[in-house]
Design a protein around this ligand. Structure first.
Ligand code: SF4
Ligand code: F3S
Length: 103
């Protein structure tokens, strides 16, 4: 699953869709972790969609990731500032691709 200490163990390399990106990023195979308060490991996400469908405040948006080896779509936490720390997405993701820093 996602490294919950990614903000210490990785470098912030830029932004996509106004969301911080933590490297390493080497497209199309390595896409890093997107988001900070609500963080999605793009190299683990397999586009299950349960997070996006069930988030009560619609934090997530689909983005296309053509030629990524795991899946060709990912969820961007474009509205992570709206997160209410319910932890539903963390619990529901089948591959533990999401970390929410509720502290
Ligand atoms: Fe949405 Fe809850 Fe996940 Fe925050 S913790 S992104 S509110 S499902
Ligand atoms: Fe991806 Fe997990 Fe959501 S696989 S689409 S982060 S439920």
């Amino acid at each position: 699953g996602i490294d919950p200490n990614f903000d210490q163990n990785r470098e912030r390399v830029g932004e996509e869709n106004d969301v911080p990106v933590w490297g390493p990023v080497e497209p199309p195979e390595k896409l890093g972790i997107h988001g900070t308060h609500v963080a999605v490991d793009y190299d683990i996400c397999l586009a299950d969609g349960a997070c996006l469908e069930n988030c009560p405040v619609d934090v997530f948006t689909w983005v296309d990731t053509p030629d990524h080896p795991v899946s060709e779509q990912k969820v961007e936490p474009t509205r992570e500032d709206q997160c209410i720390d319910c932890m539903l997405c963390v619990d529901i993701c089948p591959v533990d691709a999401i970390d929410v820093d509720a502290s």
